[in-house]
Design a protein around this ligand. Structure first.
Ligand SMILES: Nc1ncnc2c1ncn2[C@@H]1O[C@H](COP(=O)(O)OP(=O)(O)OP(=O)(O)O)[C@@H](O)[C@H]1O
Length: 276
């Protein structure tokens, strides 16, 4: 299984957000996408998930053109995502937020289920157990019956990732999963994302938190002005003068990139975090 971008381009009117990007993503790995503000990172996620159309080029998963599919068909192909701004069903419980992922494909789909209630209820029990398993994985089992909107912010972030994982996606797209998390929560997130790594899954993370990216990712793509500037391992990215120039305009080191990302968080009113 491979996910591949070929000569991908996205224009918003006069703005070229993605310019001739070719890249491939292997399963079993965690791929980071980094770059300064406006570099086109979220646009890549949005096009892959079908939220935005592609202007030209292609996105192919296992030989299948995702860019020609509707959003729900992309989801049914095994692509799941989270958003920069959390999008949960606030008035539903944490458990219900996960259970909805099984509708309509896994619910009421057979006459047997309609005509034989015990069959329907055993399927429902199995779905519920699967949801509880994921809630336990994220240490959210104690919040199963709480309204999602009432959970603390950090728990909501975890719940959104749990929801993306509950149907065992082949491609997991995470758009700034650490945004707004404190140091402790970011460490927890890093551990959980490492633990969900699977040989059958491609994980792509757009993130400004360099500590998380460097600790977690096997491969990193650096975007700059819509172009793919650099691709390599965390060590190669940290050593790249091109990357430092893109972030800072001067060749400094990774600590300055961290500082730039933290300044950006402060501007957004999200958080700043001291390095220990
Ligand atoms: N819906 C849209 N309509 C018009 N322009 C857009 C839209 N979404 C993004 N853009 C523009 O496309 C470019 C890339 O934006 P994108 O959000 O992908 O960047 P990013 O790297 O994710 O930035 P950030 O790190 O600040 O979230 C920017 O110039 C942005 O203003």
């Amino acid at each position: 299984m491979t996910l591949a971008f070929d000569r991908l381009r996205k224009e918003y009117g006069q703005v070229v957000a993605i310019d001739d990007v070719t890249a491939s993503f292997a399963p079993g790995l965690i791929h980071g996408v980094i770059g300064p503000n406006g570099a086109g990172k979220s646009t890549l996620i949005n096009m892959t998930a079908g939220s935005y159309t592609v202007s030209s080029g292609s996105i192919v998963l296992d030989g299948k053109r995702l860019d020609r599919l509707k959003k729900y068909q992309i989801a049914n192909s095994g692509v799941a995502r989270t958003y920069q701004n959390i999008r949960l069903f606030d008035q539903m419980t944490a458990l219900e937020n996960l259970e909805v992922c099984f509708y309509p494909t896994d619910v009421g789909g057979t006459w047997k289920e309609v005509l034989w209630p015990p069959y329907a209820s055993s399927r429902r029990d199995r779905r519920r157990e699967k949801c509880m398993e994921i809630l336990r994985f994220f240490d959210l089992q104690g919040h199963a019956d709480a309204e999602a909107g009432s959970l603390p912010y950090g728990r909501q972030r975890m719940l959104e990732i749990a929801r993306a994982l509950v149907c065992n996606p082949r491609v997991l797209l995470l758009d700034e999963p650490a945004a707004g998390l404190n140091h402790h929560e970011t460490a927890e997130l890093t551990a959980r994302l490492a633990a969900q790594r699977s040989p059958d899954r491609i994980t792509i993370i757009v993130e400004h938190d360099m500590d998380l990216v460097m600790a977690l990712c096997d491969n990193i793509i650096v975007m700059h002005h819509g172009k793919l500037l650099f691709q390599g391992t965390p060590a190669e990215v940290q050593a790249s003068t091109d990357v430092q120039l893109a972030y800072l305009g001067t060749a400094n080191d990774i600590d300055d990139i961290r500082a730039a990302a933290q300044d950006r968080r402060a501007q957004l009113g999200i958080r700043t975090r001291r390095r220990s």
